[in-house]
Write a protein that binds this ligand. Structure first.
Ligand SMILES: NC(=O)c1ccc[n+]([C@@H]2O[C@H](COP(=O)([O-])OP(=O)(O)OC[C@H]3O[C@@H](n4cnc5c(N)ncnc54)[C@H](OP(=O)(O)O)[C@@H]3O)[C@@H](O)[C@H]2O)c1
Length: 288
């Protein structure tokens, strides 16, 4: 399994299975078990997904040792008087683990009335120091959000999880550059957008050509989805996807065995992708 090293020294599997979107507020247990049995080790959860219990159930039923899994959850809305620690302890109870590998601030616009981003971040720092989470990071942070917490941060976020695919490349460039400069690993959600949600975009004719070239080089099937995932991995971006289908999870995992895109192929995707802006999820990240 391909892994990246975080800025705190911990390792993170570069391919992750998400329990949001399609599994939001659903019983995720069978899907999580299937994903783990198919080879997934990195599970992306969140308090907001309202399915942490079934994430835990799926983990337990897979029989996979905790030490071989990388589990993420994310801070949602604080109830009046509730601390960030209390929410994480609740999540740990629901998932049925003693610690998570990564705890993220899910949304910089949430909890603004209760605390500043820096105050929330310092609570996450304390949770890492206590060992309730191995690493800490953020999600949906744009440049201004990171710049709000960085000056007072004792620990630099390890990860920023954002919507990232070729159709937001141009708008995402400032935050990607800042993350790179600070050693923050970017994790992508919505990465399959050019073949799932915006199917008539400027990559329509390019992806099949690259797919065909890779398939000839590989000597076995390559899909357009793998081209998009490979594009992420070669940019050192973690790919988070989800699927209800074993075949698609296998395909997602086996992207690491697909030959590399050439520099020219990456540039051609970058250039074509940058000609439009199509965001699916959180509006505020791209200052729209
Ligand atoms: N931090 C945040 O705010 C945030 C926001 C959104 C998502 N996320 C995380 O990221 C995870 C993945 O997000 P995402 O769902 O947007 O990822 P995605 O990889 O862009 O899309 C996955 C979805 O596309 C479908 N799909 C994949 N390949 C396909 C193909 N070739 N043809 C047709 N459909 C295809 C899958 O359905 P099948 O079941 O048919 O395979 C699945 O429902 C979420 O579960 C969540 O953990 C985080």
């Amino acid at each position: 399994m391909l892994e990246f090293t975080l800025n705190d020294g911990n390792r993170i599997p570069a391919i992750a299975f998400g329990t949001g979107t399609a599994l939001y507020n659903q019983d995720a247990s069978a899907f999580v078990r299937l994903a783990i049995e198919t080879g997934i080790t990195h599970l992306d959860g969140a308090q907001m997904y309202e399915n942490e219990e079934t994430l835990g159930k799926g983990i337990k039923s897979s029989g996979k040792p905790r030490s071989e899994l990388f589990i993420t959850t994310k801070l949602h809305i604080l109830k009046p008087g509730q601390t960030v620690r209390e929410t994480l302890v609740e999540s740990l109870g629901k998932i049925g683990v003693d610690y998570v590998d990564l705890f993220l601030i899910h949304d910089p616009t949430a909890n603004r009335k209760e605390a500043t981003l820096s105050e929330i971040w310092s609570q996450l720092e304390a949770l890492k120091n206590e060992g309730l989470t191995k690493s800490i990071g953020v999600s949906n942070f744009k440049v201004e959000d990171l710049n709000e917490i960085l000056p007072g941060a004792k620990i630099i976020p390890a990860v920023n999880q954002i919507e990232f695919h070729p159709y937001v490349l141009k708008a995402a460039s400032p935050i990607i550059e800042l993350c790179k400069a600070k050693g923050i690993i970017v994790a992508s959600y919505g990465g399959q957008t050019p073949i799932v949600r915006v199917t008539d975009g400027p990559l329509k004719d390019l992806l099949p050509k690259i797919r065909e070239r890779l398939e000839q080089t590989r000597g076995s099937p390559v899909t357009e989805g793998q081209v998009l995932t490979k594009w992420l991995l070669q940019k050192n971006v973690i790919a988070i996807s989800t699927s209800s289908k074993e075949s698609r999870i296998k395909e997602f995992l086996s992207t690491v065995d697909v030959p590399d895109l050439t520099k020219q192929e990456i540039e051609s995707i970058d250039n074509a992708g940058s000609t439009i802006h199509k965001r699916i999820y959180m509006k505020h990240i791209f200052n729209e």
